[in-house]
Design a protein around this ligand. Sequence first.
Ligand code: SF4
Length: 241
Amino acid sequence: MKFDNNTIKSLNTEFSNKTPQEILEWCIKELNHNIALATSFQAQGMVLIDMLMKIDNNARIFTVDTGRLNQQTYDVLDVVRSKYNNKIKVLFPDRNEVEDMVKEHGMNLFYKGVENRLMCCQIRKTNPLNNHLKTLDGWITSIRREQTATRAEAGKFELDTIHDNILKVNPIVDWSEKMVWDYINTNKVPYNKLHDIGYPSIGCEPCTRAVEKGGDPRSGRWWWEAGSAKECGIHFDHNSN
Ligand code: SF4
């Protein structure tokens, strides 16, 4: 299935006042299950998992296991598997690429400069994701505009030019953090326990830390970097900037 800018424009007009659930229903119906929800099991991702599973618990969900995640993330993954009876697809990085990278640069190369960090994100996260997206007509994400400057212009429907012009759907792009947590609490949705100890945003264990109350939610990601886009390359093309 091919998408173009005109289709995206009319979808955004048609769904501008529709709920995330209506957007998800449209995705499942129109893309005939050849669309999947990508998640790293952060709070906003849990909202979409719950909504999607209430519509169709056979809908496709995938995640990337970089090999460097927190135990709490693996815990919530298994909770989701059993609560919604969904066999979540877990993508892994290419073993040879990881071995070559670690042999050349060490286990903790990301602390030695942005270039090394981006290489690690590319090999451990972005490459497995890119390979998987080649098999899909579209993907659903839980990005929100208020998260970062690089997401401020994101639409509910986008032409994913990084991934061969497949459809990228961001049903809660206009939600606030409060709306996310209201949904989680009202619907008793499980969540990553790191959120309870000061982690507003959760990535890999060595690259994420807690944030002071009221601090920039993304400041705990790659906290040692100054001036870099706090993105791994999944939602942002570092080469285009
Ligand atoms: Fe590597 Fe850190 Fe990126 Fe995870 S977040 S893939 S450990 S650089």
